[in-house]
Ligand binder design. Structure first.
Ligand code: HEM
Ligand code: SF4
Length: 439
């Protein structure tokens, strides 16, 4: 069943896979290097068995997510679909070359097919519900009360679009296999796709095209997130597991109770006789531990913290979500400096001339890590961060700022906000007035 259509689309798919894999590898390597610049915290690894158990229970059981039950259920299907139907993506690479292709051993197995049908359908329904909830809870309807107030909605739409399209493709491929009589799986194993098959033609070529669309959409997601390391709503699919594993209490108990001892460089500070180099608290991004940096990276901008925050709920300009988002954006903007791949003295003259935008500063940050040159670094980046007031604000010298703006959420309380930042390396300051925002 392999014709010219299959050869052309199959070849494009393989080439795209190679490009996307290289980009993803470089992105993960960069992210690991950045997070490793955090202060040590040796208390997060053991006991391994307890931590593994907590990770399994909290992720597979969605024990925290289910506190907002309907969202938890919808997310569970999307979550299981992503990992559980990874093999459907592998199968699509075979199907694009040969529509008859099925996975070795399990391809025609009833249980696998039933699983794929149910979870595929669950993924579509789950993401439709999450799309609906994002719109229902949207700031345009709820203003400041919205948990999404201040979140990057565009990024949410992007991941929603990708999940929905991939889910529909999975179901269509399965249905086309039935309508084109290309499967030996028992009838009971495709209850939903069997129904869809009734309105589809007998067309192996169409199956190839749908498999191709699935591959292109999945790899486009991979390419985009590889270029946007601070896209927590996408990256949390991977980082959330490590985040749960390394939580403060190995048994998963909430991190309440007494404060932990204050540490510097991973060691408790002796307040009777502090070391000369001891750093008290967090004055700059590199004072956070690697776990703190992983926390920032994993933020989905869901606004659960914001919706519970007494300060936010009494009209004050403090949102835990926006603090985390600003810290994350700032971490990735400053990363090349933390990694020692760029110094402020090198950067200052370039930026003075170029007067970069927030986007460019960030693009520059990432490009530096990747070892690219200035010309590449200053190109604008799709979906680059920091449309929020004051986040990752370039200083007048152009180097990455060190302080988190005091009023990252001020836009929800006043019509304009001014943000001051101090440069890490040159100690110069800049201030910026953001445009009027919704009150
Ligand atoms: C243990 C791992 C995970 C945890 C703890 C977690 C947690 C969360 C949380 C708290 C949200 C915000 C939901 C809301 O209230 O609106 C979210 C959103 C989302 N998650 Fe996960 N997640 C995990 C894994 C995954 C995986 C593997 C996927 C794979 C597709 C995924 C896909 C999504 C999507 C698409 C959204 C955005 C939903 C929207 O449009 O609002 N998550 N996740
Ligand atoms: S920090 Fe707040 S907004 Fe971010 S994932 Fe956690 S609860 Fe959601």
């Amino acid at each position: 069943m392999t014709g010219p259509l299959q050869i052309v689309l199959g070849t494009i798919s393989v080439l795209f896979l190679i490009v996307a894999s290289v980009m993803a590898y470089r992105a993960v390597r960069a992210m690991v290097r950045i997070i490793r610049t955090g202060q040590p915290d040796g208390t997060r690894w053991g006991p391994v068995k307890t931590r593994l158990k907590t990770t399994l229970v909290e992720s597979l059981g969605h024990t925290r997510m289910l506190k907002w039950s309907s969202i938890g259920v919808a997310h569970w299907f999307v979550f299981v679909g992503f990992y559980g139907l990874f093999l459907a993506l592998v199968e699509a690479f075979g199907e694009v070359f040969n529509p008859e292709f099925h996975l070795p051993i399990i391809g025609n197995w009833g249980i696998w097919n039933l699983f794929a049908d149910i979870i595929g359908t669950g993924t579509i329904l789950g993401i439709i519900y999450l799309i609906y909830r994002r719109q229902k809870d949207h700031p345009r309807r709820q203003g400041r009360k919205s948990r999404f107030a201040g979140s990057n909605e565009g990024r949410g739409y992007f991941v929603e679009f990708i999940v929905a399209t991939v889910g529909v493709c999975i179901l269509l491929i399965r249905a086309l296999k039935v309508s084109s009589d290309l499967t030996d799986a028992p009838g009971w194993s495709h209850p939903v796709s069997g129904l869809v098959a009734e309105v589809l033609p007998d067309s192996p070529d169409l199956l190839t095209v749908v498999a191709f669309v699935k591959i292109v959409v999945s790899l486009t997601w991979l390419v985009v997130i590889s270029r946007i390391l601070n896209m927590g709503v996408a990256w949390h699919r991977f980082s959330a597991f490590l985040n749960i594993y390394a939580k403060r209490n190995a048994d998963g108990a909430p991190a309440l109770g007494p404060l932990l001892p204050m540490t510097s460089g991973g060691k408790p500070i002796d307040f009777e006789d502090p070391g000369e180099d001891d750093v008290f608290g967090r004055g700059k991004i590199e004072d956070f531990t690697w776990k703190g940096m992983l926390d920032f990276t994993s933020c989905t901008e869901c606004g659960r913290c914001q919706s519970q925050c007494p300060a936010w709920n009494t009209g004050k300009p403090l949102s835990p979500k926006m603090v985390i988002m600003d810290l994350r954006d700032h971490l990735y903007a400053k990363a090349p400096y933390l990694l020692g791949e760029k110094t402020a003295s090198e950067t200052a003259p370039d930026y003075d001339i170029l007067k970069p935008s927030d986007e460019q500063v960030w693009a520059s940050g990432y490009a530096r890590i990747e070892g690219t040159n200035d010309a590449q670094a200053h190109r604008p980046l799709v979906g680059a961060p920091s449309r929020r007031a004051g986040s990752s604000t370039p200083t007048s010298c152009g180097a990455a700022p060190t302080a988190v703006p005091a009023s990252s959420s001020a836009r929800w309380t006043s019509s304009t906000s001014t943000t001051s930042t101090t440069c890490a390396a040159t100690r110069c300051s800049s201030s910026r007035t953001s445009p009027p925002r919704p009150a």
